[in-house]
Design a binder for this molecule. Structure first.
Ligand SMILES: [Zn+2]
Length: 351
């Protein structure tokens, strides 16, 4: 995984991503370009190439919005992006890292090996019509692209297709790889792809995210752990027989209280947030089962590890105090980005 982030160019928020992606790629191919003039000419061609497929990019963005498929269910979304890359002449590898909706599309050969990341998963519960105010969809789909992964997927694929044409027409050597990375909103597909060695051999990889400003962000993002803690107690009638009950919900509440007190004694860069997906069935039943789901983040992995260990101690203490038992399930974890300053500067210059 470190390998992946070592080679990450930058996180930036930009609408003209396809153009920028092509620009940056061209800068990376530079050793083969003799004159600056030639580079400028290629950049002009890149703009024209992206313009010429604008309708295709838009169509992908709208369809991804319509599909709004959540974590690891991105079947139609992946299929759509794959079909466009296939049509454009990329070699497609599907079912990557044992995830049916992960894929790699490759064009060319030899070095440099340049990657572009694409995400296309939606979030549960934020479904909306494609209008700038709250308006639920009428087709029953409740999930939605809350942070714009429909644009993310469409623009990355558009950038890759445009660049492939430019490489082909101008005889630019190198390998271009578009990574279709699913499940970004929860388990983070890239972690599993990195573990399976999918990113090995890359010289650089371009990542972006839709946002409110077009900018190169010299900000490392946060390292994170996502984990659940389950508590198991003893059910009883809450009015007739409460002394025989041991509440799993009490344990969740006690754990959260402990973590909330801990907040005073952590660095301001840390972020800790939770939801309670399971908290009992009815007030008159002592809950025998409850579950809390946590994210803990900070600017680097070392800090996250420290807070994670402290929170696990609090969970253990909560179980002890409530005479319940508990289980910890680590869902996923990531490192912070390792940024590449020279490539970011090239990106900024082009922007
Ligand atoms: Zn996002």
């Amino acid at each position: 995984m470190n390998k992946l982030y070592n080679s990450t160019i930058s996180l930036f928020q930009a609408n003209p991503l396809p153009v920028l992606a092509a620009f940056v790629m061209l800068s990376l191919f530079k050793p083969q370009l003799i004159f600056a003039q030639e580079t400028d000419l290629l950049k002009q061609k890149a703009i024209e190439q992206v313009d010429s497929i604008e309708a295709v990019i838009e169509e992908m963005a709208i369809k991804l919005w319509e599909y709004s498929e959540t974590v690891l269910q991105e079947t139609q979304s992946a299929k759509l992006l794959i079909s466009k890359l296939d049509e454009a002449g990329f070699n497609i590898e599907t079912n990557v890292a044992d995830m049916p909706t992960a894929f790699v599309a490759t064009y060319g050969s030899g070095s440099p090996v340049i990657g572009i990341l694409a995400e296309y998963d939606a979030l549960p519960g934020v479904g909306n019509q494609a209008v700038p105010e709250r308006k639920p969809r009428t087709d029953g789909i409740t999930s939605g692209h809350g942070c714009g992964h429909n644009l993310f997927g469409a623009a990355s694929v558009g950038g890759a297709i445009a660049l492939k044409v430019i490489m082909e027409k101008n005889n630019l050597k190198g390998t271009l790889k578009l990574f279709g990375t699913p499940a970004e909103e929860t388990v983070i597909g890239k972690v599993y792809m990195a573990k399976a060695g999918v990113f090995e051999g890359l010289d650089a990889v371009l990542e972006w995210h839709p946002g409110a400003a077009n900018e190169v962000r010299n900000q490392a993002g946060r390292a994170m752990n996502s984990f659940e803690v389950e508590f198991f107690g003893q059910s009883a009638h809450a009015s007739a027989d409460p002394w025989n009950g041991r509440s799993a919900l009490d344990a969740v509440e006690l754990m959260n209280y402990g973590v909330n007190l801990m907040r005073e004694h952590i660095k301001p860069t840390a972020r800790i947030h939770y939801v309670i997906p399971n908290a009992g069935e009815a007030p008159n039943i002592v809950p025998e089962y409850a579950k809390v789901w946590y994210f803990v983040r900070d600017i680097n992995r070392t800090e996250v590890k420290k807070y994670y260990e402290r929170i696990l101690k609090i969970a253990e203490a909560a179980a002890l105090a409530t005479e319940t038992t508990h289980k910890v399930h680590l869902i996923t974890g990531v490192h912070e980005y390792l940024l590449n300053r020279p490539l970011q500067e090239a990106l900024q210059k082009n922007l």
